[in-house]
Design a protein around this ligand. Structure first.
Ligand code: HMG
Length: 389
């Protein structure tokens, strides 16, 4: 039985801050960002946008293509949770009018949670092929102003429908995984911004990749040359480039520059102009690969390296299904990215200051045109709305 991703769609915010604007404000050479970390723009959420509104925008086009009453579970991965008790997925359930015969739970382990949710959904469908599971990975990556992480902010949500006989990608059984209790990046309950030991985090990321590769090759018998395209968790695209260099060295293969780029570059293009989206970032890389390749990659194997600080990592693979191109939502993705509005540095500061800062009573100004937005907070309760757009 084949199980995997049947439909796939992402959403990002309506605004971005160009790293050229950021560099000019901070008096830093812009090439530190364009070349040094490989980033150009950061998607910035307005105060009336959060993981729930982003997730609804990501999932709605998928639900339009199926009978949404068939969704038997929503697994919602995030590290930007809006409530310590109620799952973000339950707010989503209300906004999208899903069936009451559905279970919902939130998954957390930094950026790894999206891959965890995907693997668990796959296992549920293997156990019961009637299940149709909506996996959401949604995050707003937010650091304090004037910290090393500030240039790597971003946000996004990916929705994936996991079914039997999937039309896009069969997830192959077998993976390599790794956990180590380290403090490279974390966010205490009292904070809306993450804390990070930046340089250390990049070392732990690369070490985790080596560890999961060893486990993956031992447990599946597959080797580097069995894989055609490589998707990585992308906090910034230079990290993915370093990851691929590390894997090439570890596997002992020789690649030309053109081969190296063909295996990884298309899977970085969206991330370069969206920024980090934590749990969603690996899957935005996958969508970037599919939307930006000119050739048809039916029956080709794609690998996925998920890394979540703290840390947990996993390496797994999937096989592209015949006819997959006919169900991609490439135009939607490109249109969303193209229509984003650039922020001035002052507007960015206003959004940064307000976003997720409090649960006091507030009616939020309309900056997010919808179709889903956070309308306000009253008596510590969040109120979402569907707009006409
Ligand atoms: P930094 O200290 O601002 O930058 O932080 P730098 O001085 O190290 O420079 C970065 C690179 O730019 C260097 O190249 C410089 O040489 C180069 P490298 O040595 O890395 O090859 N550079 C230039 N290049 C061209 N022209 C110039 C120029 N100037 C400098 N003029 C750091 C970098 C990654 C530490 C920072 O961005 C950071 O703290 N980021 C946040 C943490 C992060 O993203 N970590 C990644 C691994 S952990 C992870 O992925 C998990 C995460 O997603 C969270 C989760 O799991 O939930 C973060």
């Amino acid at each position: 039985m084949k199980v995997g991703i049947d439909l796939l769609h992402f959403a990002t915010a309506n605004y971005y801050l160009g790293l050229d604007t950021f560099a000019a404000e901070k008096n830093i050479d812009v090439d530190k960002f364009y070349v040094g970390i490989g980033q150009e723009k950061m998607s910035i959420a307005s105060p009336d946008e959060d993981i729930v509104s982003l997730a609804a925008k990501a999932a709605a086009p998928i639900l339009q293509k199926i009978d949404s009453n068939e969704i038997s579970a929503v697994l919602f991965a995030t590290e930007s949770g809006v409530d310590q008790s109620k799952s973000a997925g339950v707010f989503l359930h209300g906004l999208l009018n899903l069936s009451n015969r559905c279970r919902i739970v939130e998954f957390k382990q930094a950026c790894y949670a999206g891959a965890a949710a995907l693997q668990m959904a796959t296992a549920l469908v293997r156990a019961n092929p009637k299940e149709k599971i909506l996996v959401i990975a949604a995050d707003v990556a937010k650091y304090d102003l004037d910290t090393s992480g500030e240039a790597t902010q971003g946000c996004g949500a990916v929705a994936m429908l996991i079914t039997e006989a999937p039309r896009i990608l069969e997830i192959e059984p077998g993976s390599g995984y790794y956990t180590d209790d380290v403090m490279d990046f974390w966010r205490p309950n009292s904070r809306t911004t993450a804390l990070v030991d930046g340089k250390y985090s990049t070392k732990v990321y690369l070490n985790s990749l080596k560890q999961v590769w060893e486990h993956f090759t031992e447990s599946t018998g597959k080797s580097f040359t069995d894989i055609d395209y490589f998707c990585y968790h992308i906090p910034f695209t230079k990290m993915a480039e370093k990851a691929h260099q590390t894997l090439v060295r570890k596997a002992g293969v020789k690649l030309t520059q053109a081969q190296f780029q063909a295996q990884t570059l298309p899977g970085q293009l969206y991330n370069r102009i969206i920024g980090n989206s934590y749990s969603a970032s690996l899957f935005i890389s996958f969508i970037s690969l599919l939307d930006n390749l000119t050739e048809n990659i039916e029956n080709k194997r794609v690998s996925f390296f998920s890394y979540g600080s703290g840390c947990v990592a996993e390496f797994f693979t999937g096989v592209m299904q015949p006819g997959y191109q006919s169900v991609l939502m490439t135009e939607n993705h490109k249109a969303q990215i193209d229509k984003r509005i650039p922020l001035t540095y002052t507007q960015y500061l206003e959004f940064h200051q307000q976003m997720g800062a409090s649960d006091e009573n507030v009616t939020l100004n309309i900056n997010n045109p919808g179709p889903y937005r956070l309308a306000g907070i009253k008596d510590h309760k969040r109120y979402y709305e569907k707009t006409d757009q």
